[in-house]
Write a protein of this length. Structure first.
Lengths: 322, 187
C-alpha cells in the first residue's frame, strides 16, 4: 500500500478476522459498517484476509519449530506427518530451507507412485488389507513403510479401507485431506477441485475439531484455496460405480462428465460452445466402446455428435450457438 | 434437506441487502458483488445440508469467503493484465515467472516471520487456521485463557502483516481495492 495503514486499523482488521467464526448478525452488521467507514479499513482487512489464505496454504513445516530448536512436547509431529505431501511442499522447498524442521517420517518414508494412463485401471492391495481401485488417468502416491497414508494427486480412486481406530487412514490431495472412520469412499481430484463421496462408514474431511464428517450417501466438493465446501447427496450404492462402468452425476457440468469418461476409457470428447458448463444429471451404463457410448450419451443429453478421427465432438442441436 | 434449504433461503432474502453491502465493501464494486450474491444463491441448496446453528452468521461467512476468493482471483488476473500492457507480446511468460517469484518470496517472508514466533504462538496459529479449531479448544490445549489465545493470534497476524509490508509497492499493490477502476483510496 502506498501509505502504511494506521496500526490501530490493522489491529482492528485482524480482530474482525479472528472473530468471524463466532460473529452473530449484529456483529456482521457492525463489521460491514466498519468496512464502509473508511477505504483504509477495507484495504487493511483485504490484506489480512489474503495473508490468512497464505497462512492456510503453508506447508506443515512452517508450523514446526525452526531447525536447531528442540521440538516442543506438543502435537506438532502429527501435523508434519499429515502435511508430508502438502501443497507446494516441493515448489517451496528452496524457500523454506531455513525454517524446515526434520520431518518426523522422512527417514523411514519410502514413497512410491502409481500412474494409470487414461483408459487403464489398477487395483492396489495394501499390506494391511486396504484396497484402492484406481481409475484411469490417475496419479497416486503411497508409502511402502506406512500403509495408512496416501495422496491422490489427480484422477479418481475408490478406497475400501480396513479401519483401525488407532491409526486412521488419511488420504491427502494437495493441501486437503480426508480421514477414514471405517469406510468405502470415492475421491476425484481434478485440477484444483476435490470431490469426496461416501458409500459406507464415514470419513472426516480436514480432520480436526471442525472437520466435516461425511456419512454414507453424502458428497463433498471443495476447491483448493477456497474455504467454502459444497455438500450434496448421492446414492451410496452408486459411489465408486465407475468400477462397474456405471457413471452417475447430479448436476455436474458436462466438462466434468466427459473428463470422467476420458479418465476411464481414454475417449477424447470435445464440447463446443458453452456445452461444457451445462449441468447433467443421470446415470449412464457404459460399455467402454466409444462408438456405442458417445452416441448414447449424446442422445441422453440431447445434443448432436460427430467424429473427427479419435475425437468426438458434441454440439447443441441445430440451434445457433448462444 | 428442503426444510433446511428453505429456511436458509428465507434468511438469505432477509439479509440480502446487508450481504450485498458486505460484498460491495469487500470487492469495491457493485457488479462483482451482485455476481457473488448470485453465485451464492445458485449454491444455496447444496450449502444447506443439515441444520445450521447460526444461519445468518453462516451466510455472512460464506459471502466473506467468496469475496476473498474473488479478490485473490482478480489480483492474479489484474497482475497479468497490467504486465501484458507493459511488455512486448511473446513475453507473456515473464509475468508468470515474475509472479511465481514474488509469490515464493512472499511465502518465504511469511515463513520467516513464523520461524521468529514463539512455539505456542505458532501452535495457536496452526490450530486456528489449519485445523480450524475453536479458540476455546486452543485455550484448553495451551492451558491459557480464551482471551490469551486471542492475544496470541492477534500478535501472530500482526507480525505476518508487518513482515508482508515490504511487498507494498509491487505486485500485491496493483491488486489492492480500488485498483479495478473505482479509485476509493489514494495510490
Amino acid at each position: 500500500m502506498g501509505d502504511t495503514a494506521d496500526r490501530a486499523v490493522i489491529d482492528r482488521a485482524i480482530d474482525w478476522h479472528l472473530r468471524q467464526a463466532e460473529m452473530d448478525e449484529d456483529a456482521w452488521g457492525a463489521f460491514v459498517a466498519w468496512l464502509e467507514a473508511d477505504p483504509a479499513h477495507a484495504a487493511a482487512y483485504d490484506r489480512v484476509a489474503r495473508i490468512d489464505r497464505t497462512v492456510a496454504d503453508l506447508p506443515a513445516a512452517a508450523f514446526s519449530p525452526p531447525q536447531g530448536i528442540a521440538r516442543a512436547a506438543n502435537d506438532d509431529q502429527p501435523a508434519a506427518r499429515r502435511w508430508l505431501w502438502g501443497a507446494g511442499a516441493a515448489t517451496v522447498a528452496a524457500a523454506i530451507a531455513l525454517v524446515v524442521a526434520p520431518m518426523a517420517l522422512a527417514p523411514s518414508a519410502a514413497p512410491y507412485e502409481i500412474n494409470t494412463a487414461p483408459g487403464q485401471r489398477q487395483t492396489v492391495a495394501l499390506a494391511d488389507g486396504t484396497r484402492i481401485d484406481l481409475s484411469g488417468g490417475s496419479r497416486l502416491k503411497l508409502d511402502r513403510n506406512d500403509t495408512r497414508v496416501a495422496a491422490l494427486e489427480s484422477g479418481e480412486a475408490t478406497f475400501t479401507v480396513r479401519h483401525d481406530e488407532r491409526t486412521p487412514f488419511t488420504l491427502r490431495s494437495g493441501s486437503l485431506s480426508v480421514q477414514d472412520l471405517g469406510t468405502v469412499f470415492n475421491v476425484v481430484r481434478s485440477g484444483q477441485r476435490l470431490d469426496v463421496q461416501v458409500a459406507e462408514g464415514s470419513v472426516m474431511f480436514q480432520p480436526g475439531a471442525e472437520g466435516i464428517v461425511l456419512k454414507p450417501g453424502k458428497a463433498l466438493t471443495v476447491r483448493e484455496g477456497s474455504h467454502t465446501v459444497t455438500l450434496s447427496d448421492v446414492s451410496a450404492a452408486d459411489v465408486g460405480g465407475w468400477r462397474a462402468n456405471r457413471l452417475s452425476f447430479s448436476g455436474e457440468p458436462l466438462g466434468t462428465v466427459f473428463e470422467a469418461v476420458h479418465r476411464l476409457y481414454g475417449t477424447q470428447v470435445r464440447l463446443t460452445g458453452d456445452l461444457s458448463t451445462q449441468p447433467f444429471t443421470g446415470m449412464v451404463e457404459m460399455t467402454g466402446i466409444a462408438a456405442r457410448d458417445i452416441p448414447h450419451m449424446a442422445a441422453l443429453i440431447g445434443v448432436e455428435w460427430r467424429r473427427n478421427g479419435d475425437t468426438w465432438i458434441l454440439s447443441r442441436r441445430g440451434t445457433a450457438s448462444r | 434437506m428442503t426444510d433446511d434449504a428453505d429456511g436458509l433461503k428465507a434468511i438469505f432474502f432477509e439479509i440480502r441487502p446487508m450481504l450485498l453491502r458486505l460484498l460491495v465493501a469487500r470487492l469495491g464494486n457493485t457488479e462483482d458483488a451482485e455476481d457473488t450474491l448470485q453465485d451464492m444463491w445458485f449454491r444455496i441448496d447444496q450449502l444447506a445440508v443439515g441444520p445450521i446453528g447460526q444461519p445468518a452468521g453462516f451466510l455472512y461467512r460464506v459471502a466473506a469467503n467468496l469475496a476473498t476468493d474473488r479478490r485473490i482471483a482478480n489480483a492474479r488476473r489484474g497482475a497479468r493484465d497490467t504486465a501484458w500492457n507493459d511488455v512486448q507480446p511473446m513475453a507473456e511468460e515473464i509475468p508468470d515467472a515474475e509472479r511465481t517469484l514474488i509469490a515464493r518470496e512472499k511465502l518465504d517472508v511469511v515463513q520467516n516471520a513464523m520461524a521468529d514466533m514463539p512455539d505456542r504462538m505458532r501452535t495457536a496459529l496452526r490450530m486456528f487456521r489449519v485445523e480450524q479449531r475453536p479458540q476455546r479448544a486452543i485455550a484448553d490445549h495451551l492451558g491459557i485463557s480464551v482471551s490469551g489465545v486471542e492475544k496470541l493470534l492477534q500478535r501472530a497476524y500482526r507480525q505476518i502483516y508487518q513482515a508482508c509490508e515490504i511487498f507494498s509497492t509491487d505486485d500485491d499493490d496493483r491488486c489492492r481495492l480500488g485498483f479495478e477502476g473505482k479509485p476509493n483510496r489514494e495510490q
